[in-house]
Design a protein around this ligand. Structure first.
Ligand SMILES: Nc1ncnc2c1ncn2[C@@H]1O[C@H](COP(=O)(O)OP(=O)(O)OP(=O)(O)O)[C@@H](O)[C@H]1O
Ligand SMILES: [Mg+2]
Ligand SMILES: [Zn+2]
Length: 353
């Protein structure tokens, strides 16, 4: 089993996003129980994990009275953990935009649960629902049967109709802090009995974009390659061949040969190119926000104003495309190389015209 699944939080105390965890505990302990929860926030921050934990807490037969942690052993908990509970219905609104599922939901929601106290509908990427599906959902949210609970999860809450948001209790999942990431990573390190330097763990956290899943994936990569030092992790991240900052500088200076040889070097060291591109995109994103004075990214002086807005857009498009293509490419380094070459051709054209 991949590590991020193996170490999916099963208890509230394992949710390392501390303010979300605390708000969940308060909510679940209080006498007012929401009928709809809205979990919004970026990828890999625990929305799905927390939704399943809430489903267990609502239905567990041996709930701990003071901590309200689920027992993870009763029939209810077991069935939920294994994803086979008939009353816990997970709907992925991103596939087919939820049309059939919401129709089904409308028909069956009135029926009492088969085994559990509560029927729990977990609707993932809820912002993707069609208008019809939204309206149907809204109707059920207005008058939910007493046995139904909704947990809506989304990475793009601003795309949700206000009517849905106002009927839900909202939980803001957000990027995890370095400390929270380190805490989650340590749980895996201990579980896997893997010896790794603190500095090495810290650089993993720094390169995870605030996502517990990304952090765990890098760690898994490190475990597979027995990388335990700062140096070895940097090699996996590609940052010891060339830093993302230097990469952007070289792009601006049109140093194609240097860039391509850095990639060859990364390839030889078994770097994870998706992680590398993700850090390039993070930097570009920082420059973009800085340019619009939305947020002061802590950019190095060298990176300030090196690209025009048009260039920045082009770069973001090129590297986003490369990121997507990498998943399907026979060689993961190829999309990155093509992006560099296309950028350079574009520069040369601009110079000539
Ligand atoms: N709060 C957390 N504390 C510790 N580990 C976490 C936490 N949240 C997520 N993880 C790790 O990340 C993995 C993915 O989490 P989860 O599927 O809950 O995220 P998500 O927010 O639903 O992401 P997505 O938006 O991509 O669906 C988990 O299996 C676990 O390994
Ligand atoms: Mg999820
Ligand atoms: Zn239980």
């Amino acid at each position: 089993m991949v590590l991020y699944r193996k170490y999916r939080p099963q208890k509230l105390k394992e949710l390392d996003l501390s303010d979300v965890r605390e708000k969940l505990v308060r909510t679940l302990l209080s006498s007012y129980k929401p009928h709809a929860y809205l979990f919004s926030g970026p990828k890999g921050t625990g929305k799905t994990s927390a939704a399943r934990i809430v489903a267990k807490i609502l239905n567990c037969e041996k709930i701990a009275k003071t901590t309200i942690e689920p027992c993870d052993k009763c029939d209810q908990c077991q069935a939920i953990i294994e994803g086979r509970h008939l009353d816990i219905i997970e709907i992925d609104a991103a596939s087919n935009r939820g049309i059939d599922e919401i129709r089904d939901l409308k028909e069956k929601i009135k029926l009492a649960p088969v085994l559990a106290k509560y029927k729990v509908y977990i609707i993932d990427e809820v912002h993707m629902l069609t208008n019809d599906a939204f309206n149907a959902l809204l109707k059920t949210l207005e008058e939910p049967p007493a046995h139904a609970v909704f947990i809506l999860a989304t990475t793009e809450a601003d795309k949700l109709p206000e009517t849905i948001v106002s009927r839900s209790t909202k939980f803001d999942f957000h990027r995890a802090s370095l400390e929270e990431l380190l805490h989650a990573l340590k749980r895996v390190v201990i579980g896997e009995k893997f010896k790794i330097e603190d500095e090495a763990l810290a650089i993993i956290a720094k390169n995870s974009d605030g996502s517990f899943r990304d952090a765990t994936k890098i760690l898994e990569n490190a475990i597979n390659q027995k990388a335990t030092t700062f140096q070895a992790i940097s090699a996996i991240l590609g940052t010891d061949s060339i830093s993302p900052e230097k990469f952007l500088l070289y792009l601006q200076q049109n140093k194609v040969t240097d860039l391509l040889s850095a990639i060859v070097n990364m390839e030889e060291k078994g770097a994870d190119f998706r992680l590398f591109i993700a850090s390039i995109l993070d930097l570009l994103h920082g420059i973009l926000l800085d340019m619009h004075q939305v947020k002061q990214a802590h950019l190095s002086k060298d990176l300030k104003d090196i690209f025009s807005l048009k260039e920045l857009n082009k770069l973001i498009k090129l590297f986003s495309d490369a990121y997507v293509q990498m998943r399907f490419a026979g060689r993961p380094d190829l999309p990155l190389e093509i992006a560099i070459i296309e950028w350079s051709e574009n520069l040369n054209k601009e110079v000539k015209s």
